[in-house]
Design a protein around this ligand. Sequence first.
Ligand SMILES: NC(=O)c1ccc[n+]([C@@H]2O[C@H](COP(=O)([O-])OP(=O)(O)OC[C@H]3O[C@@H](n4cnc5c(N)ncnc54)[C@H](OP(=O)(O)O)[C@@H]3O)[C@@H](O)[C@H]2O)c1
Length: 266
Amino acid sequence: MATVLITGASQGSGKATALLFAQKGYDVVLAARQPDRLEQAAEAVRGLGRQALAVPTDVAEAKSVDHLVEQALVKFGAIDVLVNNAGICLTGTMADTTAADWQQIMNTNFWGYVYTIQALLPQFLQRGQGAIVNVGSFGGKMPLPNMTAYCASKYAVTGLTDTLRLELAPKGIQVCAVHPGVINSDFLERAMFRGQDEQDSTARRQQLESTLQGAWVSQPQDIAQAIWEAVTKRRSEVVVGAVAVATEAYRLLPGAMQWMLSQAAK
Ligand SMILES: NC(=O)c1ccc[n+]([C@@H]2O[C@H](COP(=O)([O-])OP(=O)(O)OC[C@H]3O[C@@H](n4cnc5c(N)ncnc54)[C@H](OP(=O)(O)O)[C@@H]3O)[C@@H](O)[C@H]2O)c1
């Protein structure tokens, strides 16, 4: 019997991934901060006939992550797949964001991933097997206008993932990056918007709300499917949805894309 541990599993892509892995026969460890929603997601997994353990966790706190991994290993003995997915969105320029904003986003989007990997790695190394999926973003493959802190956190995840893959492949451990485009989840609930003033912040929120209406936006189930395929087909990297065209264009023509994106940032 295989087990997956998923952070940010109470809603959105994380919950969709929990349900998909449960349908495929996995038991699931679910982590997020708000216990009620997390328990509801765990109940949905149990409804599919698999075991679920919900552990309220703040991934930005190393001790909280250590507790999560301890509980998971006590319950299931071993974890086969780690999905690092818990993340938050911050929109704003360097001038409009504070050091505290940067620390908050790096603590969740980057350090949260480092803490889970460090806590689980001894078990993966001992068994000589396991898979780590880091959910990044197209903003970790190309710059996005007015999202400096968010992109910095996701570029850090890309660097972590690509380098860790080199380190762990010889030891039998698979490391995958799954980079979503915009997802029609409820991420706006906890997204932070910074602008020159209240009106500017509101305009940034409205801009993202209208982006979510686009037909090209992914659904949480699309991300779950990409994570499943990354693990089962042993893919190193998947960019999900229509944004794959943009990330590929940035890879091939970074200068031209920088110019186009700088026009959008004005
Ligand atoms: N939404 C997008 O358009 C988009 C685009 C590209 C990449 N992504 C990435 O895809 C991933 C999933 O996004 P999503 O839209 O599905 O997110 P979402 O619907 O906002 O869900 C985020 C999940 O992460 C949890 N979480 C947030 N901060 C946490 C913390 N400090 N500790 C533990 N759990 C925490 C939330 O639960 P609690 O609040 O209860 O903790 C929730 O379960 C993220 O890494 C995100 O950066 C999203």
